[in-house]
Design a protein around this ligand. Structure first.
Ligand SMILES: Cc1ncc(COP(=O)(O)O)c(C=O)c1O
Length: 342
């Protein structure tokens, strides 16, 4: 019998298409351990973040902070902005995204196409990750204006709440057979929101958070990184939603490994984004040493289509010292072996 949590066949608003994303078994060991990917790129905008964008707008409306004709302001590396752009367009709000030149160009183009006003915080084309400065400017733009709401994703409880449905979707699909939940940690909304709600539905699973090497939530040293939309760069505050009590283990994956994984996974027919590459790298390399029959669920926050000019561009990769055919070959080999067991 089909489950209750299925995408409706006919809808009248784009936001009704959010959720109900599929699971893909990427790999399996001879001992029956399996890696399942929760493919959040099947949401409108191609990313998980529209789940929290909708929840943050719902919360602002319920609190009476956002009224007809109002404006939403958010600091975003792109995916949150795409989600807010859709919800704002649907509900008749103006939306200003405060961005930096580190953002993926396709995400910026997408927001603009959806009617978003883009404000660059560092307008020198230098490409720095400027999370702290972005947040400061977004706060300044909303301060003292009762027609404008800064949704403040790093500190907004609705960010976590937006992912509660992910837990229900996983629980319904897998009947509580989840041993490990692994995902990227930026604001912490996706992994901790999902993990917290899943903990109400079942017990006995481990939560693993993944951030890029260079990000500071799970310790130093801090340096720049290229995995887009994830992690906490130096100077930015660790988000209030990063729940260190819930996360059993925090690990760091470098850009080289993360991107090599994206490129190897692509040869199985699936395009995943850079942060998901880090998550899948960690999950995949652990899988063979896990107890027999372990089910690992990895949250894939976005697809690879937005990264054709970066992760999937040899020249861009080479110019940054990130192209590593050997690392790619190792993951490809591991994938080939593990996929043969499915
Ligand atoms: C591609 C991608 N990966 C990972 C994350 C991190 O998710 P969260 O902020 O919920 O921790 C984001 C958030 O914007 C993202 O866009």
């Amino acid at each position: 019998m089909p489950g209750a949590l299925q995408r409706p066949a006919l809808v009248s608003r784009v936001s009704e298409l959010v959720g109900y994303t599929p699971l893909l078994e990427l790999a399996r060991t001879v001992t029956g351990s399996r890696l399942l990917l929760k493919l959040e790129m099947f949401n409108p905008t191609g990313t998980a973040k529209i789940r929290m964008a909708r929840a943050m707008v719902d919360a602002a409306e319920a609190a009476g902070e956002l009224r007809p004709g109002g404006r939403i302001v958010e600091s975003t590396s792109g995916n949150t902005g795409l989600g807010l752009a859709v919800i704002a367009a649907e509900r008749g709000y103006a939306f200003t995204a405060v961005v930096d030149h580190h953002a993926c160009p396709d995400k910026l183009r997408g927001m603009r196409a959806l009617g978003t006003e883009l404000v660059y915080v560092v307008d020198d084309g230098g490409g720095e990750l400027a999370t702290a400065a972005r947040e400061e400017l977004a706060g300044d733009m909303a301060r003292g204006r009762d027609d404008t709401v800064f949704t403040e994703q790093h500190n907004n409880p609705a960010n976590g709440v937006g992912y509660f449905p992910v837990a229900h979707e996983l629980h319904e699909a897998l009947g509580g057979r989840i041993d490990v939940l692994i995902g990227a940690v930026g604001t912490g909304g996706a992994l901790c929101g999902t993990g917290r709600e899943l903990g109400k539905l079942m017990s006995g699973f481990t939560v693993i958070g993944v951030e890029p090497k260079g990000s500071i939530a799970f310790g130093g040293p801090a340096h720049d990184y290229h995995q887009s939309g994830t992690g906490t760069p130096e100077g930015a505050g660790i988000g209030a939603l990063v729940d260190f009590d819930l996360i059993d283990e925090g690990v760091k994956v470098g850009d080289v490994e993360a991107f090599a994984t994206c490129r190897a996974v692509a040869r199985t027919g699936l395009l995943i984004g850079g942060s998901a590459g880090g998550v899948v790298h960690e999950a995949l390399t652990r899988l063979p040493s896990l107890p027999p029959g372990t089910t690992v669920v990895a949250l894939v926050n976005d697809g690879g289509e937005k990264y054709m000019d970066t992760v999937f561009d040899d020249d861009w990769m080479r110019a940054r010292g990130l192209l590593d055919p050997e690392a790619e070959g190792e993951i490809e080999e591991l994938l080939t072996t593990l996929r043969g067991n499915r």
